[in-house]
Design a protein around this ligand. Sequence first.
Ligand SMILES: Nc1nc2c(c(=O)[nH]1)N(C=O)[C@@H](CNc1ccc(C(=O)N[C@@H](CCC(=O)O)C(=O)O)cc1)CN2
Ligand SMILES: Nc1ncnc2c1ncn2[C@@H]1O[C@H](COP(=O)(O)OP(=O)(O)OP(=O)(O)O)[C@@H](O)[C@H]1O
Length: 196
Amino acid sequence: MDKATWRKLALERRDSLSPQVKASLDASIVTWIANLPEGGPRVEPGAAIAAYVPIGSEPGTTAMLEVLREGGFRVLLPKVAAGPPAPLRWAWYDGPESLHEGRFGLLEPSGDSAAPDVLGDAALILVPALSVDRHGVRLGRGAGYYDRSIPEVDTDKLVAVVFDDELVDELPSDDFDVPMGWSLTPGEGFRRLGTS
Ligand SMILES: Nc1nc2c(c(=O)[nH]1)N(C=O)[C@@H](CNc1ccc(C(=O)N[C@@H](CCC(=O)O)C(=O)O)cc1)CN2
Ligand SMILES: Nc1ncnc2c1ncn2[C@@H]1O[C@H](COP(=O)(O)OP(=O)(O)OP(=O)(O)O)[C@@H](O)[C@H]1O
C-alpha cells in the first residue's frame, strides 16, 4: 500500500470516531502529557517543548498546550508560511486567546515567529501524524513540512502522536522521512520506537 492509500484510510478511520470516543481518547493523551516525564522521554523542568494545535479529527486538544504550560514548560507551535512547502516557522504559545486561523484552517500563535533555529532549543517535539510504525517511520499529511523542519533534530526528542490503531508494524518510507523516537497513543502512552 502506498503512502496516499495509508493516508486516506487513516483519515477515514479518524472521521468515523464518535465525538464521545474521540473526547475520551483526547483526554487520555492530555493526561499522558500532563504527567511528563513519567514513562516518557526525559525533559527537564522549564524546558521548551514544541507541540501542535490539534484540529478536526487529529489526536489531542488545546488542553495539551495548557497542561504543558501549567507544568512550567515553554511551548513552541508551528506556523506555516505562504508559498510552497518550506521549513516551518515557530512561535511561543501564549494562551488560547493568542491563537488565530492560519493556512489550511490550522490554528497558529499570532505573535512573531522566533528565530528559525529555535527548534534546536526544544527538549521534545510532539509531531502530528496519521500513522507511525514501530521502526519510527512517520506518515504525515503529505506536504513534507515536518521532514523539512526537523532533519537535524535528535530522534529521541521526536514523538509522533497517533491513535492506538495507527501505531503499525510497517509503513512505506522514503529516504527523506525523518524517523521518530517515540509514539504517544491514548491507550499506551509513550513508547520507544526503532529499538527492534
Ligand atoms: N495541527 C496540525 N498542525 C500542523 C500540521 C498538522 O498535520 N497538524 N502539519 C503537518 O505537517 C503542518 C502543516 N501541514 C499541512 C500539510 C497539508 C495540509 C493540507 O490539508 N493540504 C491539502 C490542501 C488543503 C487546502 O488547500 O486547503 C492538500 O494538500 O490536499 C495541511 C497542513 C504544520 N502544522
Ligand atoms: N527535506 C526535504 N526537502 C525537500 N523536500 C522534501 C523534504 N522532505 C520531504 N520532501 C518532499 O515533501 C513531499 C511530501 O513528503 P511526505 O509524503 O513524506 O510528507 P509527510 O511527512 O507525510 O507530510 P507532513 O510533514 O507535511 O505532515 C515529498 O514529495 C518530498 O519530496
